[in-house]
Design a binder for this molecule. Structure first.
Ligand code: G
Ligand code: MN
Length: 278
């Protein structure tokens, strides 16, 4: 789906019929993912995001995994092309939010505190007029406060345009949902997207931190980007922190961090929370 800002309107979505097992052979990747979602082949993994200096947990990113019957556990890189399809994007987001909220509800029912849920979303879903109602319904079903949800969007050519149109973001913002730019600094139009007042969080792509502290240029670029983001007063999460040297360098910059150095993605929300708290 392409975005036409001059002729703005929500695309009308019609649900395609479910796929039955006998028709599965010779299906496209889109159809295989849709079938897999209906067939319970997908899981959600959870990775903690922490405040580096206090080591306090600030939230958990819910990550889609395909437990493929033939190929085993597949990361989104293997099926990201299918996520470009509007129906797959919608169905996978609904699945991840439902699963994450169900686990958060279970966690809270034992009297424990709630944590922010970061969920990846295809930016084109901003044009889906039903998105906020779907999220409101799912969060209500699991008694989760929708303001605990941050939707992460990869930078695309259209994302800056869409984020500048408040009629697209308002239904989500009215629910209290936060918006984040994911993998910031590697895609299209990242700086223009930052002009949107509706961006709450920026997740800095791993490519920045991977050169730290050995590459002087990587340190300068990262420092400059962090300083700009600090002035914009957005929350910053540095992604892909893998070692003590990177963490040490970031400690003085006071950011949130996510990465294997803190914790790998875990099979359940409770395990992700406990990987930090225990
Ligand atoms: O694009 P997004 O930020 O949503 O991707 C998160 C992905 O990055 C997850 O699939 C997760 O497994 C992976 N990941 C998380 N932490 C690290 C890390 O420290 N190093 C690397 N290489 N990948 C990571
Ligand atoms: Mn993400």
């Amino acid at each position: 789906m392409t975005f036409d800002s001059k002729n703005l309107r929500y695309k009308r979505y019609t649900d395609s019929p479910p796929l039955s097992e006998p028709r599965r052979h010779g299906l496209s990747l889109v159809d295989k993912v849709r079938y897999g979602l209906q067939d319970g082949q997908f899981r959600v993994a959870f990775q903690p995001i922490v405040e580096l200096n206090s080591e306090e947990l600030v939230g958990v990113e819910a990550l889609l995994r395909w437990q493929h019957p033939e190929y085993g556990s597949l990361l989104p890189g293997y099926f990201s092309d299918a996520l470009e399809d509007d129906a797959v994007a919608r169905e996978s987001l609904a699945f991840v939010i439902d699963e994450a909220c169900a686990q958060l509800n279970e966690w809270q029912r034992s009297g424990k505190p709630a944590y922010r849920l970061f969920v990846n979303m295809q930016p084109t879903l901003l044009m889906d007029g039903t998105l906020s109602a779907v999220i409101a319904g799912t969060t209500a079903k699991h008694a989760v406060d929708p303001s605990l949800i941050t939707l992460e969007m990869l930078e695309t050519e259209d994302v800056a345009k869409m984020l500048s149109l408040r009629e697209l973001t308002r239904p989500l913002k009215d629910l209290g949902i936060q918006l984040a730019l994911d993998d910031f600094g590697t895609g299209f139009s990242s700086l223009a997207a930052l002009c949107s007042l509706d961006i709450d969080t920026v997740k800095l792509a791993q490519r920045f931190v991977s050169g730290i502290p050995l590459s002087e240029r990587a340190c300068i670029v990262t420092d400059s980007v962090l300083s700009m983001l600090d002035q914009l007063d957005v929350t910053v999460v540095v992604e892909g922190v893998e070692n003590a040297e990177q963490a040490e360098w970031l400690r003085r910059r006071n950011t949130y961090v996510q990465g294997y150095y803190i914790a790998r993605p875990q099979p359940t929300l409770a395990q992700a929370i406990c990987s930090i708290q225990m």
